[in-house]
Design a protein around this ligand. Structure first.
Ligand code: HAM
Length: 423
C-alpha cells in the first residue's frame, strides 16, 4: 500500500458536517461588522516578509519564532504567510490611498492566519480570525476605542461565547512608551538578577513584555512598578474617557496594568478578551488595541496625523468556548427518488429543474430500493422526498412526501417547482 498523507501539524480539515456552523459564524460576523459601518477587505495570504517585521516588531515572538517564510523564487524577494491581518490592512490602506476617499476607513476581514507555533489545544499553525481595523486621518477619539471594544464583545456574545471577560490597559502615546521603557530599565537594573531567564532577555529587547510575565519571581518585581508607570497626563485623560464610555455603555471590564500585548505597534488602549469553556491556557478569544504610529511606520503620508484601532477574534477558540457538541444539520429541500433504473434520467432532469429554481436538491444515482433511498433522504435531512414510480411516470406526476409530517400527495410534474417555491 502507498504511504498515506496527513494534514500538517497544527492545521485541520473543516469537514462538511462542520461547514454549516462556520457559515453561520461567518455570516453573523459579517452582518454585525456591517451594522457598525465596517466594509469587508480581502488581502493576500502572504506578503513581503519585511512588512511583518517592521509592523509587529523584530523582538516580538510572532516575528522572532513564528513567521512561516515562503521559499523565494528571486534572491531579493522574501515572503511570509500572514500571521495576522493588521499589517496587511494598513499596507492596503496606504497603497490604495484609502485615506483620500473617506474620513475614516472602517475595514473588516475574515480568513486564515499562519503562525509557526508549537501546536496545542486552541493554538494552531493555521487558524482563522475575524478582525476589524478603523484607520483615518485625525481618528483619535476615545469613542472609537470604546466602539471597537463594544463591537468585539457584541460579536463574541452573538457568536455564542457566554461570558466574555474583558481586560483593558493603556500603554500611553509613542512618546510615553519611550519614556516608560527608559524608566522601566532604570527600575529593573537593581532587580535584573531576580527576573526569569526569558525576562532578562526581554529586558534588553522589549522591556514592556516583562510586565505581563506570569512567573512568580517576575510578578513580585513588577506588581508595584505597574501601578506607577510614568504615563503622561494627556494619555491618562484619554484612557479615562475610554473607560467612562465603556461604563456608560454597560460593558463590564477590568483594568489590568499587566496587559501589554505581544505586538510592537500598540499605543494607548490595549485589550484582551478571554472565555471559559474548554480552552485551557489558550483562553484569549480576541485582542486588539490602538496603533496610531503604524501608518507612518509603513510609509503613510508624514504630514497627516493618523489614528487607528482594531482587534481580531480567533474563530477556532470561539468554537471551543461555545458549548460543546453544537452540530448544525445539513439541510436539503428535496431528495429525488427514482423507483426504477429506467426513471433515473427523468429524475435527473427534475433534479436540475429544482436546482435552477433555487431549491436545494439531491438524489442517489445508484438507485436502489425505496427503503434505502428513503434512508438516504432522511440522512440528508431532506424536507421533501419526490418519488417517481411507474404510476407517476404514466400520469406525468410525482409523489411528494413531507418527511416530517409523513404525508404524501401527487403533484403534476409541470406544477411541482412552483408549488415547492411557494412552500
Ligand atoms: P493576537 O492577539 O495575536 O492579535 O490574535 C488575536 C486572536 O487570534 C487571539 O486572541 C486568538 O483568539 C487568535 N489566535 C492568535 N494566535 C492563534 C493561534 N496560534 N491559534 C489559534 N488562535 C490564535 C492580532 O492578531 C492583532 N492583529 C489584533 C489586532 C487587530 N490589533 C489591532 N487590530
Amino acid at each position: 500500500m502507498n504511504k498515506k498523507f496527513f494534514v500538517p501539524r497544527g492545521t485541520s480539515d473543516i469537514l462538511p458536517d462542520a461547514i454549516p456552523l462556520w457559515e453561520e459564524i461567518e455570516s453573523k460576523a459579517r452582518k454585525i461588522c456591517k451594522s457598525y459601518g465596517y466594509k469587508e477587505i480581502r488581502t493576500p495570504v502572504y506578503e513581503d516578509i519585511n512588512l511583518f517585521k517592521r509592523s509587529l516588531g523584530q523582538t516580538s515572538d510572532v516575528v522572532n519564532k513564528q513567521l512561516l517564510e515562503l521559499a523565494s523564487v528571486k534572491e531579493d524577494e522574501g515572503f511570509a504567510l500572514r500571521p495576522e491581518g493588521t499589517a496587511s490592512v494598513v499596507r492596503a490602506y496606504i497603497e490604495n490611498s484609502l485615506d483620500g476617499r473617506e474620513g475614516l476607513s472602517k475595514l473588516f476581514y475574515l480568513g486564515p492566519m499562519f503562525r509557526g507555533e508549537r501546536p496545542q489545544k486552541g493554538r494552531l499553525r493555521q487558524f482563522h480570525q475575524i478582525g476589524v481595523e478603523a484607520i483615518g486621518p485625525h481618528s483619535t477619539s476615545p469613542f472609537l476605542d470604546a466602539e471597537t471594544i463594544i463591537l468585539a464583545v457584541h460579536l463574541l456574545k452573538e457568536l455564542g461565547v457566554k461570558d466574555p471577560q474583558l481586560k483593558i490597559n493603556s500603554l500611553g502615546s509613542k512618546e510615553d512608551k519611550a519614556t516608560i521603557s527608559v524608566w522601566l530599565r532604570g527600575e529593573f537594573t537593581t532587580h535584573k538578577q531576580d527576573l526569569c531567564e526569558d525576562c532578562q532577555a526581554r529586558f534588553e529587547r522589549n522591556v514592556f513584555r516583562v510586565l505581563d510575565c506570569k512567573k512568580e519571581a517576575c510578578r513580585k518585581v513588577v506588581t508595584q512598578l505597574v501601578k506607577s508607570l510614568p504615563l503622561s497626563q494627556e494619555s491618562r485623560l484619554y484612557f479615562d474617557r475610554v473607560r467612562q464610555t465603556l461604563e456608560g455603555a454597560g460593558i463590564a471590564f477590568e483594568v489590568s496594568p499587566h496587559l501589554v500585548r505581544g505586538l510592537d505597534y500598540y499605543t494607548h488602549t490595549v485589550f484582551e478578551i478571554t472565555a471559559a469553556g474548554s480552552l485551557g491556557s489558550q483562553d484569549a478569544v480576541g485582542a486588539g488595541g490602538r496603533y496610531n504610529g503604524l501608518v507612518h511606520e509603513l510609509g503613510g503620508n508624514e504630514k497627516i496625523d493618523y489614528g487607528a484601532v482594531g482587534f481580531a477574534l480567533g474563530l477556532e477558540r470561539i468554537l471551543l468556548a461555545r458549548s460543546a457538541g453544537v452540530v448544525m444539520p445539513v439541510e436539503l429541500d428535496v431528495f429525488v427518488i427514482a423507483m426504477q433504473e429506467e426513471y433515473l434520467s427523468q429524475a435527473f432532469l427534475l433534479l436540475q429543474r429544482l436546482r435552477e429554481a433555487g431549491i436545494s436538491a439531491d438524489m442517489s444515482f445508484a438507485g436502489g430500493s425505496m427503503k434505502s433511498q428513503m434512508g438516504k433522504a432522511n440522512k440528508a435531512q431532506a424536507r421533501f422526498a419526490m418519488i417517481l414510480g411507474e404510476d407517476e411516470v404514466k400520469s406525468q406526476t410525482v409523489a411528494l412526501k413531507d418527511m416530517q409530517a409523513g404525508t404524501q400527495e401527487p403533484v403534476a410534474v409541470k406544477d411541482v417547482v412552483d408549488l415547492l417555491k411557494n412552500r
